[in-house]
Design a protein around this ligand. Structure first.
Ligand code: PMT
Length: 349
């Protein structure tokens, strides 16, 4: 793919690849399924020495939550995530408006302990976290830019090939559709001052075209290239024997089902999970060759707050359900069928 000839290999990739290969070998030898869960948003830097970048909304809730349910279902998980986004297990206590210190208090002897009201939930999360550590079933690999994401995805997919159908891709990251290619990126911080710009012509990006982000008078003009659609390559070349699940994000409800169906037809993978920005935490549409199905949490089981210090109960008497607790078992079922009966794309023509 031309993209990888023209955009730089991230310095972190060698170390991450080596760690991932060891992780994959361990689980392959134990006959365990391995899921690559991608999570969080990708950035698009405007300068090589990056001061400014374009980002998106994703905090990584879908990915971090799903990773926990994959672990619970017996998968080993490679968690390819945006640096500093939500992490499995830690997500219960980070990124909220409550400070993590609010969970703690002083014991009668003056030591620091977890408050009584949080003991139960925290004990539960801690036990699962410790188990994942002890079994070495969770590998955390961070990325920041869309370029780092693409290089990692390709490399990890190749490393997972020996797992055959025991491997699964769950592409929950919010991947940018547009970017600044390396040969159109300026080296230094873009100067906003008109006077300064007229005195000191900023360094060109080195390519034939003008820098993708540059000043025109008082305006910053940004001219982005499309990010190549990598899903086709993943399905056909990088991971041809794996189960592949992609997400389709829309904001207009009238487009969601059609766009999800279109993606499944275009990429010929196993499952598209359609979700709307506004309702993504409590409803999703599953679209596969076998049919379509909405998963919708009942109103009284939806979390009304993501920031509240809580013990799994939100307001009334009803325990909150996370939609990922329903999504992952559906996927596990499809994956088991594929492993036991063969790839439905080949089996059913
Ligand atoms: O983190 P949260 O707040 O919980 O939000 C979760 C989520 C809404 C981000 C998640 O559920 C989700 O929908 N993730 C996919 C977002 C996305 O990239 O959607 P898209 O419609 O732009 O892309 C559709 C698919 O094409 C994606 O699977 C993506 O992997 C793929 N793609 C995208 C860009 C690109 N250049 N090539 C691709 O192949």
């Amino acid at each position: 793919m031309e993209y990888f000839d023209n955009n730089p290999r991230p310095p972190s990739l060698d170390v991450h690849s080596e760690t991932a290969r060891t992780f994959i070998e361990q689980h392959a030898s134990q006959g365990r399924r391995v899921a690559l869960v991608t999570s969080g948003g990708t950035t698009v830097p405007l300068e090589n020495q990056t001061v400014r970048f374009i980002d998106n909304f994703s905090a990584g809730t879908r990915g971090a939550t799903s990773a926990e349910y994959f672990l619970e279902s017996g998968y080993a998980v490679i968690f390819l995530h945006r640096q500093f986004s939500l992490l499995p297990y830690a997500r219960h206590y980070s990124h909220s408006t409550n400070c993590f210190l609010d969970y703690m208090t002083f014991s009668s002897s003056g030591g620091v302990v977890i408050g009584d009201e949080y003991q139960h939930q925290m004990g539960d999360v801690l036990a699962k976290y410790k188990n994942a550590k002890q079994e070495n079933t969770l590998l955390l690999l961070p990325f920041t830019t869309v370029n780092e994401y693409l290089w990692h995805l390709r490399d990890l997919a190749m490393s997972m090939q020996p797992l055959g159908p025991n491997s699964l891709f769950y592409l929950a990251a919010a991947v940018s559709d547009f970017f600044v290619p390396a040969d159109r990126m300026v080296e230094h911080k873009i100067q906003s001052s008109e006077e300064f710009n007229s005195l000191h012509k900023p360094g060109e990006a080195g390519g034939a075209e003008p820098p993708a982000a540059h000043m025109e008078g008082k305006k910053l003009v940004i001219d982005l290239d499309p990010v190549p659609k990598f899903l086709k390559l993943l399905v056909d070349r990088w991971a041809p024997r794996s189960m592949i699940i992609s997400f389709k994000l829309e904001t207009d409800p009238s487009m969601l089902a059609d766009k999800a169906r279109y993606a499944l037809k275009k990429y010929s993978h196993h499952l598209v999970i359609g979700n709307l920005l506004a309702t993504r935490k409590y409803e999703v549409l599953l679209v596969s060759a076998g049919g379509e199905k909405w998963l919708r949490l009942p109103e009284n089981r939806r979390s009304r707050s993501v920031t509240k210090l809580q013990d799994g109960v939100d307001g009334g008497d009803h325990e909150v359900i996370e939609i990922e607790a329903w999504i992952v078992p559906e996927i596990e079922k499809l994956h088991t069928q594929m492993i036991e009966k063969g790839d439905p794309r080949i089996r059913d023509g």
